[in-house]
Design a protein around this ligand. Structure first.
Ligand SMILES: [Zn+2]
Length: 296
């Protein structure tokens, strides 16, 4: 199905749900469970809390479905609800946790250091079948400060555009790009440290067309093609001769590919069943309320 066809079928589905066929709601949200879960998890870093936020999000979404306008995708709209819900919970529970301390103590400079000059090979896709790899990814992800986790999950796990990410988080696009760049750099660095990837000495050649630092700063925008044509060409030329910078770009691409894979951040066991159960019980509450109103 193309994006357009999907949108049309979703709009038709929404009409029927709003018109009273509430039981069709699960069909509408089913494809987005993991996406919404990832968004909630990125803020709360706790499976149980994230699952609860997802259930609440879908209930809130149903209640507000009448107000949904098809200018944005339903997935983006639901993500926004989930982000707000998760942030609200975080504020309520913040005093129990050390989130702010951890976030304040971490700096992400994006400056190249020697251990970053690891030669990243293209990672085989079955690497995600290994429990150990998933653990490394998740713990790297969890150790990012929240403002980076949010941007990273929306853009690289959910696949939202820069503009959509900015809209969902209430940020300027330029801030999304900066945070994204830092998040990806940090993820790459953390994963390089922990996954035993072949370490090779990077051969840095003298004839540079551009300072490596510039390539590092622009690496994320380069990958997203959010960059001026001339700068793009200069970076491409640089990458042909600088193995260090090339490994940075390949590394970030690997991070995006790994974290965008559904196996990297799977739904907890029994998640969908519990969600359907909660929805069913909600539907029957709605029905009995309607009946009560009818009887009056
Ligand atoms: Zn370089």
């Amino acid at each position: 199905m193309t994006d357009n066809e999907l949108l049309k079928s979703e709009v038709a589905l929404i009409r029927r749900i709003v018109g009273g066929e509430t039981e069709l709601y699960y069909q509408l949200i089913r494809p987005y469970q993991r996406m919404i879960y990832a968004a909630a998890f990125s803020i709360l870093r706790d499976e149980t809390d994230a699952e609860d936020v997802v259930q609440q999000t879908f209930l809130n979404g149903l209640a507000a479905l009448r107000s949904f306008r098809a200018q944005s995708r339903i997935s983006t709209w639901l993500t926004q609800i989930a982000i707000n819900e998760a942030r609200m919970r975080l504020r309520k529970t913040r005093h129990h946790r050390s989130v702010s301390i951890e976030e304040a103590s971490m700096t992400v400079t994006g400056e190249p250091v020697i251990r970053d000059l690891i030669e990243w090979k293209r990672i085989p896709s079955n690497i995600l079948e290994q429990e150990e790899t998933r653990k490394v990814l998740i713990s790297a992800f969890e150790s990012l400060p929240r403002i980076y986790r949010e941007v990273f999950v929306l853009r690289d796990v959910e696949g939202l555009s820069i503009a959509e990410t900015a809209q969902v988080l209430g940020l300027q696009q330029v801030n999304v790009k900066t945070r994204l760049s830092r998040a990806r750099m940090k993820m790459r660095e953390l994963i390089s440290d922990r996954l035993e990837l072949r370490l090779q000495c990077a051969v840095l050649t003298q004839e540079k067309t551009l300072e490596c630092k510039v390539v590092w700063q622009e690496a994320s925008n380069f990958i997203d093609d959010e960059i001026a044509k001339t700068l793009r060409a200069r970076i491409a030329a640089h990458l042909r001769i600088c193995r260090g910078c090339k490994s940075v770009i390949v590394g970030i691409r690997n991070v995006i590919r790994l974290m965008g894979d559904p196996r990297a951040l799977p739904l907890p066991l029994g998640f969908s069943l519990r969600l359907q159960k909660r929805l069913r019980s909600h539907f029957s509450t709605l029905k009995s309320k309607h009946l009560a109103v009818d009887r009056k």
